[in-house]
Design a protein around this ligand. Structure first.
Ligand code: ADP
Length: 168
């Protein structure tokens, strides 16, 4: 059985099998959580990312964690919010594809930031709902697999939204 935990703080500090990066399609670094992850992991992370030749929106790719306490980084590209229905599906895909990739690598703990809710402009309330629904569905589908999912909220508001989602 899997479980969901909420943590408020900096995802780069977490000792887990994998942290998820809310990357952009180039996978060559950026601002926000992406910048923080590259900063903490060191230049070897960018060197490995250069070999990956980018990533499509909703998809995910894995690298080592280098100087991070996390063993791996799963890079996923959230949708740039446009208000279309497809945004919801692509955001959901980010969570599902990241979890699938973690399971494919036999990983048992994964931490997610609030994908797309920063520079990419996805409203925090629906994003939290989509994130929890996706993770809970995945954990139900793979109920025979041990996976600890940490939902990492950077700010108080996101942490409160996450706690409300978990109570539902
Ligand atoms: P995106 O481009 O997908 O919107 P951002 O990095 O701009 O990505 O923001 C995604 C979320 O990550 C935001 O909620 C932001 O507050 C959060 N965030 C930024 N830095 C960190 C960090 N060090 N640890 C965890 N979450 C972070």
């Amino acid at each position: 059985m899997g479980k969901i935990k909420i943590i408020q703080g900096d995802i780069t500090k977490l000792t887990v099998d994998a942290i998820v990066n809310a990357a952009n399609k180039s996978l060559l670094g950026g601002l926000g959580v992406d910048g923080a992850i590259h900063q903490a992991a060191g230049p070897q992370l960018l060197a490995e990312c250069k070999q990956l030749h980018g990533c499509e929106t909703g998809q995910a790719k894995i690298t080592k964690g280098y100087q991070l306490p996390a063993k791996f980084v799963i890079h996923t590209v959230g949708p740039i919010y446009s208000g279309s229905k497809q945004d919801n599906e692509l955001l959901r895909d980010c969570y599902i594809n990241s979890l699938d990739l973690a399971k494919d690598h036999n990983l048992h703990s994964i931490a997610f930031p609030a994908i797309s809710t920063g520079a990419y402009g996805f409203p925090a309330v629906p994003a939290a709902h989509i994130a929890f629904a996706a993770v809970q569905n995945w954990l139900t589908e793979y109920s025979d697999y041990q996976m600890e999912v940490i939902m990492c909220a950077f700010d108080v508001k996101t942490a409160e939204l996450y706690r409300a989602e978990l109570k539902k």
